[in-house]
Design a protein around this ligand. Structure first.
Ligand SMILES: [Zn+2]
Length: 311
């Protein structure tokens, strides 16, 4: 028995003396590509990151696939935007999966030790006084589209780093280092974008969906109305007629169309009002050059400046 035990003990000792980085990488499942990008930057070789959405989808209508359930079953962590924005897919996928680290939660979307909610500590705009899904409202916890403000990037990165450290404390120093390196690239770039956005301050605009509150905060654009009747509700002819009147009256010359929304109505509106259309992405991977979070921020600002004639 003693002879048999020795090699076994030696193997255990060898394994336990291996440095932490030699362990199998964590599988991180992000809901959207920009969160996958940031998580990969922070986790480096310690993580393998996959995104459920590819980027061109409407985040409110991402289609659930069986392969997503399989990924979540194997995941060590789920990284998501939160504030109910992934309700169309994350909540149902977690309910269908059987990962004790990631459980479905009707309000928080995800509960369990592997959940990394990137909205933690975010100052939420347009928050209703009570949780409300009346009349088709798909923003029941306030506006969840904070990823469109480049200044949200640092908070997202910090939330991911602290989530990874919580799940994998042995490598906390490595995640802290990854965070510092990412912020040293992100923060100067965001300051540069902010300076370039200055000519947009006070420019009146209309967006298709009500996802531009944070983008308006960053750029100073004054978003006065949406093409949609309300979040998730398609425009009616009456709404469009009154929108044309309001845009003419207020001299609105800029329409923001998120690339996932149909061009026909927006082009019709532009023709009637003489406004120019800026096509923006709401996720990384939605438009050329937007593979990373910073690429998305850069492409969106360029599109806005060009359509507003402020290049
Ligand atoms: Zn929305």
């Amino acid at each position: 028995m003693k002879k048999l035990a020795s090699p076994f003990v030696a193997a255990v000792l060898l394994l336990s003396s291996l440095p932490a980085w030699a362990a199998k990488p964590l599988l991180i499942v992000a809901t959207v590509p920009e969160l996958a990008d940031i998580a990969a930057r922070i986790g480096g070789e310690r993580v393998r990151v996959e995104s459920l959405a590819k980027g061109k989808e409407d985040i409110h209508q991402v289609v659930m696939r069986p392969s997503f359930v399989a990924k979540l079953n194997k995941a060590d962590a789920a990284v998501y935007l939160g504030l109910s924005i992934e309700d169309s897919f994350l909540t149902g996928l977690l309910a269908a999966s059987a990962n004790p680290a990631l459980r479905s939660d009707p309000i928080m979307q995800c509960s369990g030790p592997g959940c990394i909610d990137c909205s933690q500590g975010m100052s939420v705009l347009e928050r209703p006084e009570t949780l409300n899904r009346a009349e088709g409202d798909i923003h029941p916890q306030g506006n969840p589209h904070y990823n469109l403000d480049p200044e949200s990037g640092a908070r997202i990165a910090r939330n991911i780093a602290s989530g990874l450290s919580r799940i994998d404390p042995a490598n906390a120093a490595l995640y802290e280092k990854g965070l510092k390196e990412y912020l040293s690239e992100l923060e100067p770039k965001v300051r540069e974008l902010k300076a370039r956005a200055a000519p947009l301050k006070g420019v009146k605009a209309v967006s298709y969906h009500k996802d531009v509150a944070y983008l308006g905060r960053f750029t100073g654009l004054d978003f006065i109305a949406t093409v949609e009747l309300k979040p998730g509700v398609a425009p009616t002819p009456t709404h469009l007629a009154s929108l044309v009147a309001v845009m003419k009256e207020q001299g609105v010359r800029l329409i923001v169309r998120e690339q996932q929304y149909e061009a026909k109505t927006v082009d019709w509106l532009a023709e009637r009002t003489g406004a120019k259309v800026a096509v923006i992405g709401t996720m990384s991977g939605s438009l050329p050059g937007t593979r990373t979070y910073l690429g998305l921020c850069e492409a969106n600002l360029k599109a806005l400046l060009a359509a507003a004639g402020k290049e």
